[in-house]
Design a binder for this molecule. Sequence first.
Ligand SMILES: [Cu+2]
Length: 703
Amino acid sequence: MSAELSTPLPLVGGKQPSPQHPLGPLTASEITNSSQLIKSLWPTQTNIQFKSITLQEPSKAELVPFLAAERTAQATPTIDRRSFVVYYIRNTDKLHEAIVNLTHGKVESNLRLGPNVHSNADGDEMNAVERIALEDEGVKAELAKLQLPEGTVVISDPWIYGSDGINEGLFTDAKRMFQCFLYIRDPKNSSEADSNHYAMPLSISPVVSAETMKVTRIDNLPTGIDATTKEPSPYKVQPANEYISEAQTLRTDLKPLNVIQPEGASFQISNFSEQGHNVSWQKWTFKVGFNQREGMVLYDVYYAGRPLFYRLSLSDMNIPYADPRHPYHKKAAFDLGDAGAGIMANNLQLGCDCLGSIHYLSAVLNDDKGKPLEMPNVVCVHEQDNGIGWKHTNYRTGRAAVVRNRELVLQSIITVSNYEYILAFIFNQAGDVMYEVRATGILSTQPIDEGISVPWGTVVHPGVLAAHHQHIFSLRVDPMVDGPLNRVVYDEAHAMPRSDFNPHGVGYTVTETPITTSGGYDLDIDANRTFKIQNSTVKNPINGKSVGYKIMTPPFQKMLADQDSFHFKRAEFADHNIYVTSYKDGELYAGGKYTNQSRGGTGVRSWADRKDNVLDDDIVVWVQFGINHIPRIEDFPVMPCEIIKVHLKPVNFFDKNPALDVPPSEQRFNKSVLASTSHQQEVGAAVIGQSGEVCCVKEASKL
Ligand SMILES: [Cu+2]
């Protein structure tokens, strides 16, 4: 049911009732009300640049009783609706964060932040910076030295400036800036707006101030084997390297593969608020929210009526680059905090991004003027068949028991300049929740002199270097496995010492160690170390073990930048596979609330340093995963998806395989067809002759 509040809530002006659920993403009118209330704090001519206007989620102390009442269809307590607003006075460094009480129509707090605190870039600002970099007379003069062919189109990719602690004149990172990397479109095809400019990088890099919105500096990029830079000289145009289909000779032997669900999809979706959605599917129920920073957020995740997760979201990501030379040494993108997984979400298209019976969720965010910004089709919900779920054939009877593995996918795709991330929560029928990242899109490229190679990057095209970089993600898991108080333990498997009991030296045992203090913890492949979230007060009725969910997260190389580097200080999550912290309201982002040109000290490493008790308490588990992306030439001009997946999997939570009740996989349901009779296999068989002897053995087909 939706949580209808019994008494109408006064909004701005006290006129409008707003029966909004406390977890419902802000509505368009709430966004407008928020920005109006902020504007009313300032003189009327003040030009405010709104960075984000998003739901200020209620405290857990308020929300837990609400959700409990909602679940049992009791009257829900009243919770004020609040928004969290981040804004600048435009063209200044005056950054503010405010909390607006929408229920009572007032600004509850309004703080000036800084120094060295900077907000995310926004779309309008990025477009303006692109234009400013290219219109600057100094940049034009530098470009002229390249003697580009007439009609060449120059493209500017503004990058978040990064941090290096240098505060010297024009080389300061104390002010918010953009480092623009320049490229050209293929001059032979310059009218093609989708030409891959990353195949044609230039060595000129303007820096634009976010305050003055002017070019403050023009860097020449190093293009050799060391850090020396050269004055721009005539540019050698290399062949194009396009990814668009019309530039390819397309293969012609691909037959259609249609996903048809003749009776529709097996999930149900309803609204729990104007912008919030309930999803139920195969014993799973949860709520879906969406915000500027995290994109999709799942709340109140239950399986078969048992609580599992209070909140799940991608909390942060960091992509530090390997090139040590100025200005590349500052490249370390925090795509959520510097840009926003919500605001960068693609408008997903039917028949392209997901197959089958698709339901799309749309969202409303804000623009820089504080107006609502419609974000259509930012999440697609669909089912997929992922092969066999489980199978056994009794070889004595020949009877095969088999079920398919049906999955529910909630997918969102973000584009952050050159790169794409396909982000998905995936549920199955065996109680697993998975979080999958597919990294794709185009490598961030830079110019390199022809005929050389460097050990911090890969040449992917003549004159084009793709520097090595790490992608490090942090999934925030706020668990409530069979109740609000949980612990994290880790299992290790160890060889049993030789003894009279183990005389052959083959035995091994598993130990379980609880984590008592908040901190960062690591996988140990040699010990098969496995982290589990448990509820120690609920025991499995069969084996007496604590019910739990294990975290299967792939190993990755931790951040390579050294511990004194700004990369390391800023990405507070990048040094451990797992962080466990005690729950505190507002601790949502592993790299801290403000990542743009951040200095560190505001993220999960700092919270873990409180050394809080995390045993049988309200805890948060931060799961890190990633790849060290050593570019291949095959990753260019567009990268085949690199897939990384975290599994949350029941351990002693059920009393047997929870997918036993999935109906058998049968032809009358699946309606498969034979592709070709030539693929039928003959079995090896012996034929008995008249006198009982084996007269011939037919060989199995080699097909
Ligand atoms: Cu990469």
